[in-house]
Design a protein around this ligand. Structure first.
Ligand code: GDP
Length: 440
């Protein structure tokens, strides 16, 4: 995420390193580079200029903080300003009303349907919410099917009415259906066009007026940079929406949309989409995002993601197995699946302070576990629970079955053995022995 921008800001802020104090000259030099980095990331010119002007004012007025290194001070000022620009505090969505109605708006392909599913799932996981998805795209039957596929996958009800070509009537009927069936949240997915046009704006505006949602969200593809900002403005003029959803932040996004959108429409970014999977949704925290942009990582989000996927019951079972020496490849596979649910690998690594910068040129495949999974899938149940039985001929067979080599099978077995040993030591609280094992 935002690799280029992070790198350039890092370089810009290093200019001040080695200078004893902040002077007008070195501040100006640094800020010129910062501004260039922002413009390269597709941040609107006016916003970039105001940004650096504000940082400059603050930097030159900082008598109190003279004890800090100038480099550190500038990083802090840039971070605070970035946070402010992206929205200050995180803002939740309004879930008052029964049902609370959430209306999705945005262009076709922005990720509305995907996000509707993600949000429904996110709310469902909060236990007290029973969401209903409503399909209001009357032009593309495939869009209705897509929402049903998403709903089936998540075990969430979907309301649609394929013969009906009145989106306002469908939205209203959807809400009535929710009331009758005890759904306390209704998420309405609407039709988008490839570009802003009057018919689409009239339609979404009519739905908005008729159902008066508690929350209107505007979904936008972050890869579209400045266009994202222009589209946001057009939708906001009509809908006066409550929040922005930035999707596709897992891609090669330059960052312009994330940084500019709030100050153009004065509405907070509430969630971000970081992948095609239903779990790839995150609350947007401006300060954490600023940390990530400045290469400081985002450990808090990383831990939260791990906690979301953490299944206490499962963890207890695994602990017991380890204690009894019964931890096998099936359990290992389950662990891998849990890690995968946390998001794509590159994204996760970007959350570790400093690691994003270090790993930027390393090509980390989202399918990093593919080979390992294939090997495990090629094992018999007996081999999985008792890897000791895997002899040379079995290794050959497993290699063949998984499309890998005996060497790769051997490597996995070795790693698995080391891991099992280590886990056993951790269980016994033998920290010292574990450190020893890691060194060896
Ligand atoms: P809609 O036309 O606005 O409903 O857009 P869709 O939900 O159909 O999404 C369009 C495409 O973008 C689909 O292929 C989605 O899988 C993909 N997509 C949506 N959100 C994300 C995201 O956060 N990351 C990535 N990589 N792809 C996404």
């Amino acid at each position: 995420m935002f690799n280029n921008l992070s790198e350039k800001l890092d370089k810009a802020l290093h200019v001040l390193k080695g200078h004893g104090s902040i002077t007008e000259v070195n501040v100006a030099e640094t800020l010129k580079e910062v501004r260039r980095a922002l413009l390269d990331a597709d941040v609107n010119f006016k916003i970039a200029k105001e940004f650096t002007n504000r940082v400059k004012e603050k930097a030159l007025g900082q008598d109190v903080l003279t004890s800090l290194q100038p480099g550190q001070l500038m990083v802090k000022l840039v971070k605070d300003e970035l946070t402010e620009l992206m929205g200050g505090d995180a803002e939740g969505i309004n879930l008052s009303g029964n049902p609370s109605v959430i209306l999705m708006s945005g262009l076709q392909g922005s990720g509305k349907t995907t996000f509707s599913g993600k949000l429904a799932n996110y709310l469902k996981n909060k236990k007290t919410k029973k969401p209903l998805l409503v399909a209001c795209d009357v032009y593309r039957p495939a869009a209705i099917d897509q929402l049903h596929v998403v709903g089936d996958q998540l075990n969430i009800d979907v309301y649609s009415d394929k013969g009906n070509n009145d989106p306002v009537a469908i939205a209203q009927a959807g809400i009535a259906h929710a009331k009758q069936n005890g759904h306390n949240v209704v998420i309405i997915d609407t039709a988008g066009r490839l570009a802003v046009d009057k018919a689409m704006m009239d339609e979404i505006s009519n739905i908005h007026k008729a159902i008066q949602p508690q929350e209107t969200l505007f979904v936008v593809d972050s890869m579209t940079g400045q266009d994202a900002v222009i589209t946001a403005k057009a939708f906001n003029d009509i809908l006066n929406f409550d929040g922005v959803i930035l999707t596709k932040l897992d891609g090669d996004t330059r960052g312009g949309a994330a940084i500019s959108i709030k100050s153009v429409v004065n509405k907070p970014i509430k969630f971000i989409g970081t992948g095609e999977k239903m779990e790839a949704i995150d609350v947007f925290y401006p300060s954490r995002m600023a940390d990530r942009i400045l290469g400081m990582g985002d450990v808090v989000s990383l831990v939260e993601r791990a906690q979301e996927q953490y299944d206490e019951e499962e963890a207890r079972k695994i602990q017991k197995k380890i204690a009894k020496n019964q931890f096998g490849f099936d359990d290992f596979l389950k662990q891998i699946q849990q890690i995968k649910k946390m998001g794509n690998m590159k994204d996760l690594i970007g959350m570790i302070p400093g690691a994003g910068k270090m790993m930027k040129d390393v090509d980390i495949d989202d399918d990093a576990f593919k080979g390992i999974e294939a090997i495990i899938h090629s094992m018999t149940p007996d081999e999985r629970s008792n890897p000791a039985v895997i002899n040379a001929s079995r290794k050959k067979r497993i290699g063949k079955g998984s499309g890998t080599s005996v060497q790769e099978v051997n490597q996995l077995l070795k790693q698995f053995n080391q891991m099992s040993k280590m886990m056993k030591m951790m269980q016994g609280g033998k920290g010292k022995a574990m450190m020893q094992a890691m060194k060896g």
